[in-house]
Design a binder for this molecule. Structure first.
Ligand code: HEC
Ligand code: HEC
Length: 172
């Protein structure tokens, strides 16, 4: 028969897990809880604005200074010739010239709508991996938006730019 552990040991272990749980909890809450982030210029309240709080002009400036350089670097690394120089029309299409920047847009190829991107991984494995591992996290961070979450099916992801088979998907 195995020797039972002395009482004191058990209490200490329980205490240790309790301490671990309580130290971890605030960390998890801050990790999940602080979106949207204040990534914009300082607003009337003296605090930096979130993307949603920014005016159309502030959003255009943010796109120019924060999005175009970061996204440009990713697209250039992927297809150097095609994306040597990117501008607003890469994502927004010809509508950008008419001052229409609504997303997601029909200018980009429609995606399958499959939650786990099965058809995309099958037909375009390289692009899909690049988008998933680099473009989506970079864009989400630059916009201060929560990245797409498989459980809540909300957040910045593929469908923030692309449409699904019959229109916008996942609340985008
Ligand atoms: C890499 C892709 C990409 C490029 C390049 C890009 N945008 Fe955007 N833009 C987006 C996405 C995605 C959104 C939607 C963001 C959101 O709401 O979460 C957006 C949203 C916007 C909005 C807000 C639209 C609205 O409905 O309020 C404006 C304005 C805008 N972009 C302007 C520009 C301008 C000007 C440029 C060029 C200087 C540009 N964008 C370049 C991806 C891009
Ligand atoms: C910030 C906007 C944006 C996001 C987010 C985005 N894409 Fe794209 N995607 C584009 C643009 C722009 C192109 C066109 C690139 C080109 O013309 O070379 C494109 C093209 C594609 C293509 C066609 C590739 C080809 O070879 O022509 C596929 C497939 C694709 N995206 C899948 C995805 C998937 C899957 C995700 C999410 C993991 C995603 N995209 C997220 C902007 C975006």
């Amino acid at each position: 028969m195995p020797q039972p552990l002395p009482r004191g040991t058990i209490i200490t272990r329980q205490l240790q897990s309790a301490i671990a749980a309580f130290t971890l909890l605030p960390i998890l809450l801050t990790l999940g809880g602080c979106y949207p982030k204040r990534i914009g210029p300082v607003g009337d309240q003296g605090k930096p604005l979130t993307w949603k709080e920014m005016s159309a002009n502030q959003r255009k400036t943010h796109m120019k200074t924060a999005i175009v350089p970061r996204a440009g670097a990713i697209f250039r690394a992927w297809r150097p010739q095609r994306h040597a120089q990117i501008d607003c029309t890469l994502c927004h299409g010809p509508n950008a010239r008419k001052d229409d920047f609504r997303m997601p847009t029909d200018h980009l190829p429609r995606l399958s709508g499959a939650l786990l991107l099965g058809p995309e991984f099958e037909k375009h494995p390289d692009t899909t991996r690049l988008k998933l591992q680099q473009l989506v996290p970079t864009m989400a961070a630059a916009l201060g938006r929560k990245p797409f979450n498989l459980l809540t099916r909300r957040g910045f992801g593929c469908y923030s730019c692309h449409l699904g088979p019959s229109g916008p998907m996942f609340g985008e």
